[in-house]
Design a protein. Structure first.
Length: 97
C-alpha cells in the first residue's frame, strides 16, 4: 500500500502539530474551568452541551484525547528525514560484544 506524497512530505507533520495545539488548548480550557467555575469554558461556546459543567468537561476531555491520539499516530507514521539520537534505525548488530 502506497502513501500519498502529500502525507509523506508534510501531512503527518501538520497533523501532529494540529493535534498538539488542540490538546494543549483543550487541556488549558479544562484547567481554567476547574479553577474558575463561575466562567464558561471557551467563552461560552460549549453552552449547548447537556450536563452543565460536567458535560462540558467531558467533551473537552474527549476532544483532547482524540487530538492527542491523532497527533501521536501521525508522529509514529511520519518518515524521519534524519535518524534521531538513540534510534539506530536499521542497524541491528554492530558486531561488538
Amino acid at each position: 500500500m502506497r502513501r500519498s506524497s502529500a502525507m509523506r512530505k508534510g501531512g503527518y507533520v501538520t497533523l501532529e502539530a494540529v493535534g498538539m495545539v488542540i490538546t494543549a488548548l483543550a487541556v488549558q480550557a479544562m484547567i481554567r474551568a476547574l479553577l474558575d467555575q463561575d466562567r464558561e469554558p471557551l467563552w461560552g461556546h460549549l453552552t449547548w452541551v447537556p450536563g452543565g459543567l460536567t458535560g462540558q468537561m467531558i467533551l473537552l476531555g474527549l476532544i483532547a484525547l482524540v487530538a492527542m491520539v491523532s497527533g501521536g499516530w501521525a508522529h509514529t507514521r511520519k518518515e524521519p528525514a534524519t535518524e534521531r539520537a538513540g534510534h539506530p534505525g536499521g542497524i541491528r548488530d554492530r558486531g561488538t560484544t
